[in-house]
Design a protein around this ligand. Structure first.
Ligand SMILES: Nc1ncnc2c1ncn2[C@@H]1O[C@H](COP(=O)(O)OP(=O)(O)O)[C@@H](O)[C@H]1O
Ligand SMILES: [Mg+2]
Length: 354
């Protein structure tokens, strides 16, 4: 992705004390260019001074450090992203504070976010959209089984990362709105200001739009459905002049059937999108895995080659998750055997509660 010019009007200054290019954060990282700006902070390219390795550093703006909601969003982002280990979730490698402002260090991704891609190309060919969403669902499955619900899935939080010599890899960003819940329970819709959810409402589920207190993994699957709807049609399912009209439409009206917008879309893919966007969450897919299977099955109708490749990837993903599970079980057994009974000190993993 291009490095933005911090002085451009697209990058509004929120604090005079914001560090810029060249400044050193946490005594270890030198900031280079600005990669992106969100509501509460900035993402910079950063060089680790010790070895010159490049990362992406997200830092909370000084003005926002007084906002307890924003600070706790930041802390939960690290815990949530690390709990859900998946190559489709951006890796966080360090956390710290600099001059009172929390920061986190991520793997540096190259490419563009899906929001930029949609702005550039309008629609995305169905077989490519399916592959992007398949990878989002693979990352989400890891998050959901770890008890993490993202709650802010939207094109800007999906990164299409290019890799030299291998196919591009989709990464979910920004677990700042997420909540960690014990598996099998529902969670309160926290981190909202006066009952109004933060951020764009375009991809919110009906239960989020209604500020219900028990939003769960099925809400993320609705948001994925809304993202896929936009990829294949060029517009989100619910649109409106203001946030309030969008929220009202999501709460009260069913999303249009995707074939009303793109009549020629393969019916099996349309069925997956329509089911993900059901207002009643019990009518949606029950898990990211279930939605992924239906999506991959739908590719048979799209284009033979893309469909075969997606199905092969799903089969390989299944085989490798069984293999990884077996490796973890063997490693855990040998660790338990080797572990001294008296315990001992252990390093706190990055992002865990300190
Ligand atoms: N690891 C990364 N590598 C490259 N660019 C990134 C990275 N993380 C975020 N960005 C860019 O910065 C933007 C904002 O990042 P995000 O984590 O979503 O922050 P916010 O919480 O402010 O929305 C993203 O949409 C993306 O374009
Ligand atoms: Mg974001």
């Amino acid at each position: 992705m291009a490095v933005l010019d911090p002085t451009s009007p697209e990058v509004p200054a929120t604090s005079g004390a914001r560090p810029g290019e060249g400044s050193v954060v946490g005594g270890k990282y030198r900031l280079r260019g600005l990669l992106g700006r969100g509501g509460v902070g900035s993402v910079f390219e950063a060089e680790r001074i010790a070895d010159g390795e490049l990362f992406a550093l997200k830092r909370l703006d000084r003005a926002t450090t007084k906002d307890h909601v924003a600070v706790s969003r930041f802390a939960r982002e690290v815990r949530a992203a690390n709990a859900a280990r998946s190559e489709h979730i951006v890796r966080i490698v360090d956390v710290g504070t600099d001059d009172g402002c929390p920061f986190l260090l991520m793997e540096r991704l190259h490419g563009e976010d899906l929001g930029a891609r949609l702005q550039r190309s309008g629609r995305i060919p169905p077989h490519e959209a399916v592959e992007i969403v398949r990878q989002i669902l693979s990352g989400l499955q890891g998050a959901h089984v770890s008890g993490v619900v993202h709650r802010d899935l939207k094109p800007d939080n999906i990164f299409l990362a290019e890799r030299i010599g291998s196919p591009s890899c989709v990464k979910i960003l920004d677990f700042g709105m997420s909540k960690i819940q014990p598996p099998g329970t529902t969670i309160p819709l926290a981190l909202t200001r006066s009952g109004v959810a933060v951020g764009t409402p375009l991809y919110m589920s009906p239960e989020q739009a209604a500020a219900r207190s028990d939003v769960d993994a099925r809400s993320d699957l609705y948001s994925v459905g809304a993202i896929l709807f936009e990829c294949v049609t060029g517009r989100p399912p619910h649109v409106g002049e203001t946030s309030e009209t969008v929220l009202h439409s999501i709460r009260t009206r069913r999303a249009p059937r995707v074939r009303e917008v793109v009549p020629g879309l393969a019916s099996s893919l349309a069925e997956v999108i329509d089911r993900a966007l059901a207002m009643d969450r019990t009518a949606r897919f029950r898990s990211a895995n279930e939605m992924m299977r239906a999506l991959v099955a739908s590719t048979a109708d799209l284009d033979g080659r893309a469909g075969r490749s997606a199905r092969r990837t799903l089969w390989l993903a299944g085989v490798s998750s069984v293999a990884v599970g077996a490796m973890i079980a063997v490693a855990a057994a040998s660790w338990l055997r080797a572990r001294p009974l008296t315990g001992g000190s252990s390093a706190t993993p990055v992002g865990q509660a300190r």
